[in-house]
Design a binder for this molecule. Sequence first.
Ligand SMILES: [Fe+2]
Length: 320
Amino acid sequence: MMRKLSKKQVALYYKYGHDIVKYNLGHRTLAKISGYSKHACDRVIKYTRQHGAPNPDDAPGGNILVIGDAHSQPGVEQSRFTLLGKVIEDRGRQAMEEGVEFTVVNIGDWADMESLSSYDVAKRSFEGRRYKHDVAAAIEAQELMFAEVSKAVRSYTRWVLVLGNHENRINRTINDDPKLAGFMSVSDLKYEEFGWELYPFKEAANVHGVHFAHYFASGVMGRAVSGANIGRSLILKTLESCVQGHSHILNHATLTTASGRRMHGLSCGCFFEHEEGYASTGNAMFWRGLCFLNNAKDGDYELETITIKRLRRMYDMELK
Ligand SMILES: [Fe+2]
């Protein structure tokens, strides 16, 4: 009788069990393609031969950490990105130990790109804005975050970034003034160089059956799903589990079909602490923190939320 697999080996079994059966993989080959030790591969192969390929219905869910609109910009202190890196490191390690997949989803508007704003052009607030400073702030934010993430967690994690309207200002600027093509592009932000899997503005990434986009369009004008019940509206508009950023508001709803399929709609708040001038009294409605979609599988998950304020206390990184 075979001993039970460790949590990591269970993850390996669910990921490669079918291939082990289909291609009759040996432990050396499996170690090469999976990055696991030969010993772990040997155990999983023996287990698979005894028990057969895994049933996908029994596979464990994955953990997803969602970063809301972070709006890195020049002149606004960036220690929240160090804090974020520390949280990712801890949650990533935990997922590795438990043998569950770990994904970080960046919901877009990581870069504020205030120099390309069309909202306050020629106004006093616009003075001194520079494209290169905007780009530098977004790159520094990534450097601060990744500095806290170990090599092991970095390679274990799936990094997903769906572009927001603020990053899309770069494409809009080029569209409006095509001679700038070749001088600026979203690639200046180095997202892919840092390891993010990149999705265009308004396109959705699917992680464990949950769809992530900066926002989902509602109606023929393609405006963002909004209102007091964004979560519920998201489900009703898409009939899928969806997460969006953009409004900086926290709102969550679930609906379940007659057959028991649970759908979630989530507006994930934001990840910055400063006040946004354009929003005036709206600032009070912003929810500032991180959302954790734990045990995510086929669009269902267990939601956990933590405010930046609480994270700062937990990591002893109070804002000066
Ligand atoms: Fe935003």
